[in-house]
Design a protein around this ligand. Sequence first.
Ligand SMILES: [Zn+2]
Length: 421
Amino acid sequence: MLLTYQYKLNPTPGQAAIMALWGELLRRHWNYALGQRLDWLRRTRCQIDRCSLVSEPIGEVSEKVDYYTQASDLRTTKELFPEYKDIYSDCQQQNLMRLDKAWKRWLLPDKNGKRGGMPRFKKRGDICSFTFPRVNCPKAGATLTGNTLKLSRIGEMAVVLHRSIPNGFNLKQATILHKADGWYVSLSLEDGTVPEPLPVDAIKSVVGIDVGLEKFLATSDGQAVQIPQFYRKAQKQLARQQRQLSRKQKGSNNYQKQANRVAKLHLHIARQRKDFHYQVAHWLCDLYDLIAFEHLNIKGLARTRLAKSILDAAWGAFLNILQAVAVKRGKWAIEGDARGTSIECSSCGERVEKMLKDRVHSCCCGLVIDRDWNSGINILNRVQRTLGLAFAGCGGLGVALPVKQHFSIVRLEALVTPLCG
Ligand SMILES: [Zn+2]
């Protein structure tokens, strides 16, 4: 199992300055290396079915640029720009390796035929980070002992170990990164175990969840988690701070200060949201052994008028977190086909057409329940059908009665409400 734990660092001002310099130098090197690759691509790109009269590379065609040529160029870089000599060389290789990964993700489709976006040039002040590929072993650039992190060529600094590193895990990588409120280290931890999911015949409680605009999610047994409106609340504050930023002169000291205030506010909002997502995910895993959720076309939805609510609730991020939490706890989180779940009647299978504004599912068979509740049941039924689970009976109401809520999160409880049906 692979985990990532992030801790705050307490570097001295001198160490912070070195780390900022490294980040900046590696950013420039990234941009140079990306430019080199793009240049090579443009010069050599010529479709194979074109004759040289239509299109052909101009000038001398340079040698193919890849990770190995760029890594061997590091020596020249260090000669031309001596300040690169001070950077721990594994960090520079990692920088190029990261570019290589992004490059391949862009050009080569993965097994689903999907490709990533083009790697971007990084602006000054974009996220600043560098990676030590080895930790706590001979020849490692980073060593963590107790709550002290020793970085090669930077020195020792205190780490705020707000939670201890779990037993049996090895430290694999340490990435140092800068956020609006200071420096952090992300540690990748690995142990040899693979979390075992619950055997299928041991699954006792199941649930289907439907994410919506009105509510954060609705479950197939009639509970809803409301959307916490912290983002909207913080948005007012954000608007005020941003207005102040626009009045400052760009590039001035005061502008920098205000920009940092805005960035911190964004960070705060993102953290609140992530915390909420983890609370909901753990809450679901506490109550149920199998969670069925619908496949969402987030990109498609975000292009519509509902974009703000969708990005606000950030379901995509939530579903990723839910799956990770489920794997870690040995529970099941399974994606179901979402097509027509809000139209189909969960009791008799009849199609009940509705508009977005119709919030209640009312079928001729006598079933009248909240529409998201109906979708939740449908999603659960579909997943159960694909899994061949027999224990759920014919579907419909009363699939799984919620067991007593035994979690201690007061804030989340306030957001969970029963659906009227
Ligand atoms: Zn019906």
